[in-house]
Design a protein around this ligand. Structure first.
Ligand SMILES: [Zn+2]
Ligand SMILES: [Zn+2]
Length: 253
């Protein structure tokens, strides 16, 4: 099993030192993961120590330790992300949308505004940005594909129609979508993406990966077994890991 979305420095909560890297890798080993991928938020770039992760990984030969990044996608900032990606030989890059036209919509203080807005408009404006992220060609993975549901606001229009263009672009650009288990611990209390979207993703032949979005070591691998069982139930037989942008397939059977 794998967990390709963990945050070593969290929200600048701890240093990227040997001891803290080991804490994450120890939990990954204990939970029997085959692959773990660090993907700190790009805005903590100055706090990262990516070569040290590769060095400490040598003490964990049974574990494939990947180094990635969770890049904040904003339209017209492609150059900034491209520049970061040139600084290190990453294994994978998650493109995530946490903002719509400067509105950081996923923080708890913003929940009331979600309820004031037209729900369909909310979803349309979110998936527009996700579509652009997919087209950008910068990423291996799109993070928490339906994050806009975080506070449990649901659209009137069918989610498959609202997400259609984004899914088309994800498929056309060979991107992978994660089942991000962290949604279960947000007000919406379910994985990202929801099951109907998972089924549509499977139907379209888009590859999946798995991520806990852990911001501390204890959360590494949380609900990953359950997420992989769910994927199995909807007919997914393998998931993707990454090494230097190449997909590595892991069987779920
Ligand atoms: Zn995120
Ligand atoms: Zn994250």
């Amino acid at each position: 099993m794998l967990d390709l979305h963990v945050h070593l420095v969290g929200h600048n909560d701890r240093e990227a030192n040997r001891e803290n890297i080991r804490a994450f890798l120890d939990v990954a080993s204990r939970r029997g993961l085959k692959e773990i991928g660090f993907a700190d938020h790009d805005y903590y770039w100055e706090q990262m120590n990516l070569p040290l992760i590769r060095e400490v990984a040598k003490d964990y030969p049974h574990l494939a330790v990947r180094v990635g990044l969770e890049a904040e996608y904003r339209p017209n900032e492609e150059g900034r992300i491209k520049h970061l990606l040139e600084q290190f030989p990453f294994d994978f890059v998650i493109g995530s949308v946490h903002e719509i036209e400067g509105w950081a919509f996923d923080i708890p203080e913003e929940e009331p505004l979600h309820r004031k807005k037209d729900a369909d408009e909310l979803y349309r404006s979110y998936f527009d940005v996700v579509t652009r992220a997919a087209i950008s060609g910068l990423f291996t993975t799109i993070g928490h594909f339906d994050l806009i549901k975080i506070f449990g606001v649901r659209p009137r229009t069918d989610i498959l129609a609202l997400a259609d263009e984004a899914l088309t672009m994800v498929a056309d650009h060979g991107l992978v979508l994660e089942v991000n288990t962290n949604g279960r611990y947000k007000p919406v209390q379910e994985f990202y993406p929801e099951r109907r979207l998972m089924e549509e993703i499977q139907r379209r032949g888009i590859d999946f990966t798995l991520g806990s979005d852990a911001h501390c070591a204890e959360v590494v691998g949380r609900d990953i077994v359950e997420a992989s069982q769910l994927l199995r139930q909807i007919g997914v037989h393998s998931i993707s890991g990454f090494s230097r942008f190449d997909k590595i397939s892991y069987s779920l059977d």
